[in-house]
Each structure stands twice: as structure tokens, then as C-alpha cells.
Design a protein around this ligand. Structure first.
Ligand SMILES: O=c1ccn([C@H]2C[C@H](O)[C@@H](COP(=O)(O)OP(=O)(O)OP(=O)(O)O)O2)c(=O)[nH]1
Ligand SMILES: [Mg+2]
Length: 153
């Protein structure tokens, strides 16, 4: 585990007052929970997506880092509240408001209240790739097998 100081702008004044700043919940938690910086409760109908502000902006600045926004497992599994973009990717040079695309993939409406922790932010290391065009690859044991070619058992 590496540690990094991350610049954050508080865009919603309820942070530090009504809402604690995002913090790691346990000693080895990987994610910082993000809150729904809503003005009023939002009823997300089954199948609907809403772009919800987190009330924060971050600037990773370090090009060896990115951040991802991931669903919270309890909300995703139990209530179908996941992300409209699958996973949110935050570039190191992004300085705008951190937005959470929230998708109700479930069969019932779900109400999100202001301040609810609806997703989590994970800071990750990045490897930048240079694409080198070749005609053949040195053959691996897998070769081009994929999509379940190793079977189930
Ligand atoms: O869930 C997300 C995903 C992205 N972003 C911000 C940070 C990211 O750096 C920027 C652009 O995201 P991405 O590259 O995934 O979107 P795009 O559709 O390719 O937009 P762009 O053309 O601005 O790169 O939007 C969020 O706030 N939340
Ligand atoms: Mg992009």
C-alpha cells in the first residue's frame, strides 16, 4: 500500500458540517465512499440513470495515478444500484466535479437521500502503454483462447 496526499476541493458546503469528508472505513479499506450531494431525495425508478454530483473535485495531478468510481457491493447486490458507465475512470488531469453516474438496474424504484454514500473511489497506479505494431506474437500457452475456453470445472 502506498500513501498519497490528494488535493480535494469541497464544492458542497455540507461537507465538514453535516457530512464527514470521505474517509477509509477500516484500516485496510481500498475505497473512499462518495456521497450523493443532492438537494432533495431522488427517486431512481427501475432502469433509470442519474448523474449525481459528489460535491467534491479532486486533482490527482500525478500521471502515474488514476482513480476509479466503483459501486458499493451492498447497494449493487441488494438494491441494483450500480453505475451507468460500468466503472467511472478519473484521469489524473481532471479537475472538474466528481460525478457519479447512478443506475438502478433493479426492478424496483430506489430512493437516494442527500448525503447517502452511493459509490466508492479507489486510487490506482497507472502504466502508460506505447503501442508497438507487430505481425506475430511470441506464442503463449493460452494463445488466442478466451471467453471460457478453459471450461467451468
Ligand atoms: O464516473 C465518472 C467518469 C468520469 N468522470 C470525469 C473524470 C474523467 O477524467 C472525465 C472524463 O471521463 P472519460 O474519459 O471516462 O469520459 P469521456 O466520455 O471519454 O469524456 P472526455 O471526452 O472528456 O474524456 O470525466 C467523472 O466525474 N465520473
Ligand atoms: Mg475520455
Amino acid at each position: 500500500m502506498t500513501h498519497k496526499v490528494l488535493e480535494v476541493k469541497v464544492l458542497d458546503p455540507r461537507f465538514g458540517d453535516e457530512w464527514p469528508m470521505p474517509a477509509y472505513a477500516t484500516e485496510h479499506s481500498a475505497g473512499l465512499d462518495l456521497r450523493a450531494a443532492l438537494e432533495a431525495p431522488l427517486v431512481l425508478e427501475a432502469g433509470d440513470t442519474a448523474l449525481i454530483p459528489s460535491g467534491l473535485a479532486i486533482h490527482l495531478a500525478d500521471p502515474t495515478l488514476c482513480a476509479v468510481i466503483l459501486p458499493r457491493s451492498g447497494l449493487g447486490h441488494r438494491h441494483g444500484i450500480v453505475l451507468g458507465n460500468g466503472t467511472g475512470l478519473i484521469d489524473a488531469d481532471y479537475q472538474g466535479p466528481l460525478m457519479i453516474s447512478t443506475w438502478n438496474r433493479g426492478r424496483e424504484a430506489f430512493t437516494i437521500s442527500p448525503g447517502d454514500r452511493i459509490a466508492q473511489l479507489v486510487v490506482l497506479p497507472i502504466v502508460r502503454a506505447t503501442l508497438q505494431v507487430v505481425d506475430t506474437f511470441e506464442e503463449s500457452a493460452r494463445g488466442s483462447g478466451g471467453f471460457g475456453h478453459t471450461g467451468v470445472r
